[in-house]
Ligand binder design. Structure first.
Ligand SMILES: O=C(O)CCC(=O)C(=O)O
Ligand SMILES: [Fe+2]
Length: 352
């Protein structure tokens, strides 16, 4: 595939080795200022024992406090004892690996650059002509309500729908419980968003980062925050970095067996009137092995506007954000390039 020199601030137009990996983007070199440190410092990430939420009032209120602290300090935490059994986690990761190993024709059936498509396969963020390509392939599909979407998912590998379906169902239950805990931590009560979340969207981003010959000059995913209320991620190996807003450095999220990562998304920042900030993150690469991450993106319904909770607005804390929906984000994404540093949350901020 020939690629024109991109106008993106990241692009140098250098080509990847021909023929090594057929689906890998051509143009993956990023400017030196954005290149990853190959020995990054580890992030100090809170680990929350989720099981304690249901172990009586006292334990619950301690966990809620821990979640609130993690959301306001980092916008990120890991959860253990989350109730999803290991065989479901393993099954989802292994079927994702198998999907990406399929012959290219099979995956190409889902290829699309249209961000509004409910199921799509892509070799970069958008497939636009003017953008830097990142070293990632992705299958994205809607996942809730499951019986509405599952028939659109890949039929191959043969266990994809069953394994990924089980995983998505469990993830969603967990997301609802987490959202209840989060609204409680904001003083809004556990039921504040229950109905809207019940009717909300779940998008599964199945990310695959093949081994990269030059991980020191490229990225799997550029810095971004998710548009969501929250995102829950399962990874096969480390590779996620989060931006430490205190010192402006990138820190590697340590891998913890069976843990799930929770990202505060833009819509939660809006709801909380900025008390909780969406976490800026990126994916780095390695030479040796393919990394898979399953990001389950949870938001309100397609056209349901997320607004700032009026309970969190007062004279000292005026409303800081405009309302927006998932569709508003998709429209933003179709016109803007995240790789150029465009950020959805910036478009929502009200200058007081
Ligand atoms: O690969 C990862 O760990 C991060 C994935 C991610 O940020 C996303 O899909 O939005
Ligand atoms: Fe993300």
């Amino acid at each position: 595939m020939e690629k024109e020199e991109s106008s993106s601030s990241f692009s140098t137009g250098k080509s990847a080795q021909e023929g090594a990996l057929p689906y890998v983007p051509d143009c993956y070199v990023i400017p030196s200022s954005h290149r990853p440190d190959m020995a990054p410092e580890a992030a100090y990430v809170p680990i929350i024992d989720f099981g304690r939420l249901n172990e009586g009032r006292e334990q619950r209120s301690m966990v809620i406090k821990e979640i609130g602290n993690a959301c306001s300090r980092l916008g990120f935490f890991q959860i253990v004892n989350h109730g999803i059994c290991q065989s479901i986690l393993d099954g989802a990761l292994s079927t994702a690996f198998d999907f990406f190993k399929l012959p290219s024709e099979e995956k190409m059936k889902f290829m699309s650059g249209d961000v509004h498509r409910p199921v799509r396969y892509s070799t970069s963020l958008k497939d636009g002509i003017d953008e830097i390509q990142f070293w990632r392939v992705i299958l994205k599909h809607y996942a809730h309500p499951l019986d509405h979407w599952i028939d659109f998912w890949p039929k191959n590998p043969p266990n994809y729908r069953e394994n990924m379906g089980k995983y998505c169902t469990e993830e969603r239950k967990l997301a609802l419980e987490l959202m209840s805990a989060i609204t409680e931590s904001l003083g809004l009560g556990p039921k504040y968003l229950v109905n809207k979340m019940d009717e909300g969207m779940q998008v599964m981003a199945v990310n695959c980062y093949p081994p990269c010959p030059q991980p020191d000059i490229s990225l799997g995913l550029p810095p971004h925050s998710d548009y969501t209320c929250l995102t829950i991620v399962l990874q096969s190996s480390p590779g996620l970095e989060i931006l430490d807003t205190e010192d402006g450095s990138w820190k590697m999220v340590p891998k913890m067996q069976s843990a799930l990562q929770v990202h505060v998304g833009d819509h939660l920042e809006v709801l909380s009137n900025g008390r909780y900030k969406s976490v800026v993150h990126r994916a780095i690469l390695n030479r040796g092995s393919t990394r898979i991450s399953l990001a389950s993106l949870h938001s309100l319904g397609m056209d349901e506007k997320m607004e700032t909770a009026k309970e969190l607005v007062d004279e000292k804390n005026p409303k800081g954000y405009k309302e927006s929906s998932f569709r508003d984000f998709l429209n933003f994404l179709s016109k803007n390039d995240l790789a150029e540093g465009k950020s959805f949350i910036d478009t929502l901020k009200i200058k007081n």
